[in-house]
Design a protein around this ligand. Structure first.
Ligand code: ATP
Ligand code: ZN
Length: 293
């Protein structure tokens, strides 16, 4: 049973993908934000005990429409789908997962020299709106064949000369004898909201966003502990950013200190190598669960 206050309170309704590439990361984000989903995944809807939120599981293609219509207050969807559907939903936050690009690919042996190549070609894609915009932008007319899945096989079966499809590693293109030649759009999962949220929904969204930002920051940072000889201390501390500045504590062994700091994932290996080079020892690196600045 939900606590009484939760069952009577207004809830923030969120739409996430029912199954597919965004599902795991979307659920993980909710969990890392301390939101426990109650129902199984095969249902259309899940409730939570510890946050006034209702979760709808939908096909990703339908999420922008549901958010525009306020059936859901917010949603998690790829930018690719959001822009293709062109619905009224406002991006609130980039979520850092579901990263991919919408790319133009042609036969591996084609000599491709630029967008002009596309003139008059047959292009197979599931993203006709984005492809048309791209062609218009470059002033290159072409024929778009909309297909809903397995776009990469279209050239092989004579349905198209060119494809525009989502790519992450490029291995699917390679296996189908294609090469990537242009990027139409870089995409990642984003949190979107309805244009006009009610005051309570807005308040809940801000609460949720505060948690999302803490989780994102934590994912991008590591907590580092190390031992430094005191004669190298200022050099080592100078290499470390820390939240304000690194913490320095004396070790029981004379002449040594323990240094604690937070390092961004991006600079991680660079800094660790420099620290070792400067005489740091016993370096421990610990994941951070939440980070609030
Ligand atoms: P649904 O059944 O919900 O319609 P789908 O088959 O359209 O699912 P998925 O393949 O699960 O969609 O992809 C969902 C989203 O994941 C894409 O729209 C895109 O934003 C993102 N994504 C990330 N990497 C890739 C990739 N390599 N290929 C396809 N999509 C990717
Ligand atoms: Zn889809």
């Amino acid at each position: 049973m939900s606590p009484y206050y939760l069952s009577t309170m207004e809830k923030l309704k969120i739409a996430i993908q029912k199954s597919g590439r965004l599902y795991d990361d979307s659920v993980k984000l909710l969990k890392d934000c301390g939101i426990d989903l109650k129902n199984g995944v095969n249902k259309l809807k899940a409730e939570c005990d510890n946050f006034p939120m209702e979760i709808y599981f939908l096909r990703d293609d339908d999420i922008p429409q549901y958010v525009e219509d306020a059936v859901a207050d917010i949603g998690i969807v790829g930018e690719n789908v959001l822009y293709e559907k062109n619905k009224k939903a406002v991006i609130v936050e980039q979520l850092g997962f579901g990263k991919c690009r919408l790319s133009v690919a042609v036969g591996r042996n084609e000599s491709y020299e630029g967008v002009e190549y596309l003139r008059g070609k047959r292009i197979a894609t599931s993203y006709p709106v984005l492809v048309q915009q791209y062609l218009d932008k470059h002033g290159v007319p072409a024929e778009i064949q909309e297909i809903s899945g397995s776009v990469e096989i279209a050239p092989g079966i004579g349905l198209a000369d060119v494809i525009v499809d989502l790519v992450s590693s490029g291995s699917t293109l390679f296996m189908n004898g294609l090469k990537e030649v242009e990027t139409v759009l870089r995409s990642q999962a984003v949190l979107v909201r309805n244009e006009q949220l009610g005051a309570e929904q807005q308040r809940l969204l801000e609460k949720f966003l505060f948690r999302i930002r803490a989780v994102k920051k934590a994912r991008n940072n590591k907590y580092v502990l190390l031992n430094a000889p005191n004669d190298k201390l200022s050099e080592i501390v100078g290499m470390l950013p820390g939240m304000k500045s690194p913490t320095v504590l004396p070790l029981a062994e004379a002449g040594w200190s323990s240094v604690h700091s937070v390092i961004s994932e991006n600079d991680f290996w660079d800094i660790i190598e420099k620290l070792k080079g400067a005489g740091a020892q016993g370096i421990l690196v610990v994941p951070i669960e939440k980070m609030i600045i």
